[in-house]
Design a binder for this molecule. Structure first.
Ligand code: ATP
Ligand code: MG
Ligand code: MG
Length: 350
């Protein structure tokens, strides 16, 4: 493989392009926004919409394989592209990850536990589902939510659901039962073209204002729970005939039991620590998988904490730069808007 196409031009695409360059693979980004983080390091940008047929044809003609860095790429675009060039991960993974209802059914079909859920297509559906769940739950749009957007928590039966369906836009929604988790973890796993599966250690994740704040290694879980996370990853990857890196988020219950929350068919924010604490990062692992190269060793050589730099957090940059055991990674964004991911740091703990 000489050239890899990447649909999406955000920081994940940027970090994939850096990893690709280190393996002598060129990259072409398909991203409508000019001066996006990935375009600053990729060899070329095609500045067009993700579903622009002419742009997709151009991308296919320039690349040996195409991947994507966000899960809202139109499935039809990936399917059209697949006639002309191999696309990994497969479009089925996108289809599953784009719709929370399809996703939960798929996870359950793989034998993986999720929160209980009900499809909500009206205010009446919401009220019926909430009363089934004892007045508590999390209402989410089925599509397009991220960083906690498109969600409404019903923490107690006193929270009135009045107007809630319309407040989330009246689009198709899902009510999930509220999971009384003790902590949250994620596992970053990869599957090669030959079916080999490789998992990084699970990370313990803390969110702030709905956005990932820190990922800490090791997670405070026992071996049985870690093994269950790896087992779930293996099942999912096989069921999707997956090629590439996937991120899977879980809730951990007090007894160590795992409840899957969601999957992301791409490199994942909670896997950024791998670039500092493993020889092979999740980005290189993804490039290796989609390029048909052997997967690298996911072993972790250090404990660590990855912290996202969101908005104003970037003001502390000079302090982070003074720490000797900290890897700083910035995304080339100039304007620090609230909630915007500007970079991350990984502090080794040894
Ligand atoms: P991401 O940015 O990770 O893609 P998202 O917007 O897709 O996030 P979720 O991961 O579904 O949203 O939920 C965000 C957070 O809200 C979770 O990490 C968890 O802390 C909390 N949460 C979500 N669903 C539930 C639930 N059913 N029970 C309890 N807490 C929940
Ligand atoms: Mg999500
Ligand atoms: Mg999430």
């Amino acid at each position: 493989v000489r050239t890899i196409g990447i649909i999406g031009g955000g920081q994940l695409g940027r970090m994939l392009a850096i990893a690709a360059a280190r393996l002598n693979c060129g990259t072409v980004i398909l991203e409508p926004q000019a001066d996006c983080p990935a375009a600053q390091v990729a060899n070329r940008q095609i500045a067009a919409a993700y579903d622009d047929r002419a742009a997709l044809a151009e991308l296919a003609s320039m690349c040996d394989v195409v991947t994507y860095e966000f899960e809202n790429v139109p499935v039809s675009a990936v399917e059209a592209l697949s006639y002309d060039v191999p696309v990994f991960p497969p479009s089925r993974a996108l289809e599953v990850a784009q719709d929370r209802l399809v996703e939960k059914r798929f996870l359950n079909d793989c034998g993986i536990s999720t929160a209980e859920f009900r499809a909500v297509d009206s205010q009446a559906d919401l009220e019926a589902a909430l009363s089934e769940f004892g007045g508590k739950g999390v209402l989410k749009t089925r599509r397009l939510g991220y960083d906690g957007k498109g969600q409404r928590l019903f923490a107690s039966p006193a929270d009135s659901p009045e107007g809630a369906f319309a407040a989330l836009g009246g689009v198709p929604q899902i009510l999930e039962s509220f999971v009384p988790f003790e902590r949250e973890i994620s596992i970053i796993a990869a599957r090669g073209a030959d079916g080999a599966v490789s998992c990084y250690d699970p990370a313990e994740n803390v969110h702030r204002n709905g956005i990932l704040h820190t990922s800490t290694l090791p997670a405070r879980i026992d071996d049985t729970t870690a093994e269950a996370a790896r087992d779930a990853a293996g099942k999912l990857l096989a069921a999707l005939d997956y090629v590439g890196v996937i991120g899977i988020e879980f809730f951990v219950l007090a007894d160590g039991g795992l409840i899957a929350n969601e999957i992301a068919p791409r490199v994942h924010n909670s896997g950024h620590w791998t670039e500092a604490a493993c020889v092979i990062s999740q980005f290189e692992q993804h490039v290796r998988a989609v390029a048909g190269l052997p997967l690298g060793n996911p072993a972790r050589h250090s404990d660590c904490v990855m912290t996202n730099l969101i908005g104003d957090d970037i003001d502390a940059l000079s302090q982070w730069l003074q720490k000797s055991e900290t890897l700083v990674h910035l995304y080339g964004k100039t304007e620090a808007r609230p909630g915007r991911k500007m970079g991350h740091v990984t502090e080794l703990k040894r």
